[in-house]
Ligand binder design. Structure first.
Ligand code: XMP
Length: 322
């Protein structure tokens, strides 16, 4: 397998990149059909626009509602893309994902369950239904690096692990962004005239909120972290930090409510300063901001009695908890 040649943000000419990649997609797919899954993150949004440039209606774009996305996310993203002239079909796959996650505690097993559900089950069915032979996806170089290094199995990396998607899942995968890192992808997004709400959008991992639940990701526990996430995103939006998130811990802690013992849940807040996600530092949030987070999370998310702020850098931490 040939090494991937990085295109740094300095070397990148976005217009040329767009032209070259649209041609490459066109050539690869020929007169056939391709599908792609849009999550609304900058990577999958750029791939959607490149694919539409290259294939028009022969690219079928789906939003996979896996039950582990943030509040209102599927409808919100579909409506942003409708305005851009791209029809996005929302596919309800919540049961498939929660069934696959049932009883799983180990982080890598959880990631593997998500991967198999996406690629074998959900995309497998969509490929059959649409008669597509190709899946376009927004894997970037950082995903590949971290997977090869064995740090975290990113949900979208196969070839570099010696997995042939054609053999494993029955379709080919095209990865137009694999030479770029996040800063480069943002530049291309801007050049594609995507709205700034997309190209400045915070990264969000493929395994979605299940990467932010330590221990079993049941629909109830996902609902807890989803609510805490909405609060953290509201309160920290003005920081312009690279990424901020809420994490639900598995351990409980003794708290008190109305004078009674409450053995409740613990939420950890993380807020990262970073350029390309390879290294990161915790943002130096003011104590007033932290106070407000603690007070809102413990009063608005039922069952949470403890809120902490992560002060570790990456490395040795990683950005997501799972
Ligand atoms: P970590 O947790 O590895 O995260 O320090 C680095 C960046 O990658 C995002 N992330 C993912 N993105 N698929 C993705 O597309 C994944 O499986 C995945 N896991 C982590 C994370 O949100 C951060 O921006």
């Amino acid at each position: 397998m040939a090494a991937i040649k990085e295109v740094t943000v300095k070397e990148l000419n976005p217009q040329e990149f767009i032209k070259d990649k649209a041609e490459e997609i066109s050539r690869a797919v020929g007169s056939g059909i391709a599908i792609n899954a849009l999550s609304g993150g900058v990577d999958s949004s750029v791939v959607t626009m490149l694919g539409h440039k290259a294939l028009g209606d022969r690219l079928k774009t789906y939003f996979i509602d896996n039950g582990i996305m943030r509040e209102g996310e599927p409808q919100q993203i579909a409506s942003v893309f409708k305005k851009l002239g791209v029809n996005v079909e929302i596919v309800n796959a919540q049961d498939e994902f929660f069934n696959a996650l049932k009883g799983i505690i180990d982080p890598e097993e959880k990631r593997e369950a998500i991967t198999q559900t996406f690629y074998k089950k959900v995309f497998g069915n969509l490929v059959k239904k649409s008669e597509a032979k190709y899946l376009l996806q927004g894997t970037i170089l950082t995903d590949v690096d971290e997977t090869i290094a064995g740090i975290k199995r990113q949900h979208n990396v196969f070839e570099q692990l010696g997995i042939d998607p054609q053999q494993a899942f029955g379709y080919k995968i095209i990865e137009p962004l694999v030479q770029l890192r996040k800063d480069g992808v943002r530049k291309v997004a801007e050049a594609l005239a995507l709205p700034s709400s997309i190209y400045n959008r915070m990264p969000f991992p493929g395994p979605a909120l299940s990467a932010r639940v330590i221990g079993e990701a049941t629909s109830e526990r996902i609902a807890v972290v989803r609510k805490a996430t909405s609060i953290v995103e509201e309160e920290l939006a003005s920081t312009k930090a690279f990424q901020y998130m809420a994490i639900l811990h598995q351990d409980r802690a003794t708290g008190m409510r109305q004078g009674k013992r409450d053995f409740g849940m613990q939420i950890e807040v993380r807020c990262w300063d970073s350029i390309d996600a390879r290294q990161a530092r915790p943002t130096r949030l003011g104590f007033d901001v932290l106070d407000k987070l603690a007070s809102r999370i413990t009063s608005e998310v039922p069952g949470v009695v403890s809120v902490t702020y992560n002060i570790t850098t990456k490395p040795p931490s990683t950005m997501e908890a799972v």
